[in-house]
Ligand binder design. Structure first.
Ligand SMILES: *[C@@H]1O[C@H](CO)[C@@H](O)[C@H](O)[C@H]1NC(C)=O
Ligand SMILES: *[C@@H]1O[C@H](CO)[C@@H](O)[C@H](O)[C@H]1NC(C)=O
Ligand SMILES: *[C@@H]1O[C@H](CO)[C@@H](O)[C@H](O)[C@H]1NC(C)=O
Length: 372
């Protein structure tokens, strides 16, 4: 359940420009946070007239909160303050720290020292180019680390193994070093789009030991499907790259893929047989490429429900391109097929081509129906 929430937040926030995360809204969708935050109530809430525990004469302890920040329920909000460094006096028991949209250039060794309850750290939209290799060493409970829109040139070293979601979109990363994610078995969501990453920049073994479910490497300089990503992936988004073709063994490791995004590349061909390696695929985006025909093998994908092929160079559609023949069964009928903006002579497409579509409205073939 929690993962679903995270994934949906990620999907919402993966747009290119910097979009601030509203921390309080974020908390509301994260029930766990509120529960954790509740236990700092050390007042015994006794309704008696005479307070027994805390004598009137001793004032309540002055809450530590960095100047200008807002601290409530162990959430420290220091966004939009023009800070050039992480404030020194962040309470050590903080659960969430929001440092979005400042001018921080560097994360130093002791910036988050002793904060071993920290659950989420937001460093989005700063000018961070350096993170001390020991900066995160005590963050034994950190699950969300968002460092998108910064100036990092490499994946931070020694990240806590507890991290569930890492967002490092829009930095200057051109290289993913071997074992960059070593031991991070919980890292289920990795968003590293919009970095100047080429296939040759991914060292062999870079993703070893990870069991990610969701990965997005869009808007980079990839020219081929990376072959060395975690084999556990359920979702892989590689849109807005420079991939020129899909080769036979591109997906050989990714047997559990359910959603695959390859839109906005330069794919001219999908080798026959390549899709047979992803038999569980449900959603396939190949729109805005240079395909000349419908990829071979779609009809054998029993669970495929959505396939986007619009804005390609497909000039003909065969009657068996989408649906199985000869008594073979398609377990899930299609709910969406898009073919518009292709040089297809639509009057030549036989209606039986779409015999395994659940609803004829699901087929978008005409150019005037340009909605997704
Ligand atoms: C509340 O106050 C009353 C009397 O002042 C005391 O007897 C009682 O134990 C207190 N309750 C708690 C939960 O501390
Ligand atoms: C793809 O390969 C299969 C199996 O080798 C073959 O039966 C089929 O005709 C091929 N399809 C195309 C479009 O080449
Ligand atoms: C589309 O395919 C035709 C040949 O089938 C080719 O002449 C044309 O250049 C292609 N267009 C694009 C935009 O690739």
């Amino acid at each position: 359940m929690k993962e679903l929430v995270l994934l949906s937040i990620l999907a919402l926030c993966s747009a290119k420009p910097y979009m601030p995360i509203r921390i309080m809204d974020f908390m509301k969708t994260n029930e766990i946070m509120l529960q954790d935050a509740g236990d700092d109530d050390d007042d015994d809430n006794n309704n008696s007239l005479f307070p027994t525990k805390r004598a009137r004469s001793t004032p309540p302890p002055f809450p530590t909160c960095p100047f200008g920040c807002h601290c409530t329920m162990k959430v420290v909000q220091c966004s939009d303050l023009g800070l050039t460094a992480v404030p020194k006096d962040i309470p050590a028991d903080s659960l969430m720290i929001d440092l979005q949209n400042n001018k921080i250039t560097e994360i130093k060794e002791n910036d988050f020292k002793g904060m071993n309850n920290l659950y989420a750290l937001f460093l989005i939209n700063n000018k961070i180019s350096k993170i001390h290799p020991k900066a995160f060493r005590h963050l034994n409970k950190l699950q969300l680390l968002y460092i998108s829109h910064n100036l990092l040139t490499q994946i931070p070293a020694n990240m806590p193994k507890t991290i569930l979601e890492l967002r490092i979109h829009d930095n200057k990363i051109s290289k993913v070093q071997k074992e960059a994610f070593k031991g991070m078995k919980s890292l289920h969501v990795l968003e590293m789009s919009a970095n100047p990453l080429e296939n040759s920049g991914i060292e062999l073994g870079a993703f070893d030991g990870m069991s990610s479910l969701f990965m997005r490497i869009a808007e980079t300089k990839l020219t081929a499907v990376p072959k060395d990503l975690p084999s556990s992936l359920h979702e892989l988004h590689l849109d807005y790259n420079k991939i020129g073709k899909v080769e036979l063994e591109d997906f050989i490791r990714y047997k559990d893929l359910q959603r695959l995004g390859l839109g906005y590349n330069q794919i001219k061909s999908v080798e026959n047989g390549s899709l047979a390696y992803i038999p569980n695929i449900r959603e396939l985006h190949l729109d805005n490429n240079k395909l000349k025909k419908v990829p071979a093998g779609l009809a054998s994908l029993k669970y495929l429900q959505v396939v986007y092929l619009h804005s390609n160079n497909i000039s003909g559609v065969g009657v068996n391109d989408f649906c199985p023949t000869g008594g073979r069964v398609k377990k899930s009928p299609y709910s969406g097929i898009s073919l518009f903006n292709n040089p297809v002579k639509y009057w030549d497409v036989l209606p039986a081509t779409f015999r395994c579509v659940s609803n004829r409205m699901g087929v978008q073939i005409w150019n005037f129906r340009k909605r997704k």
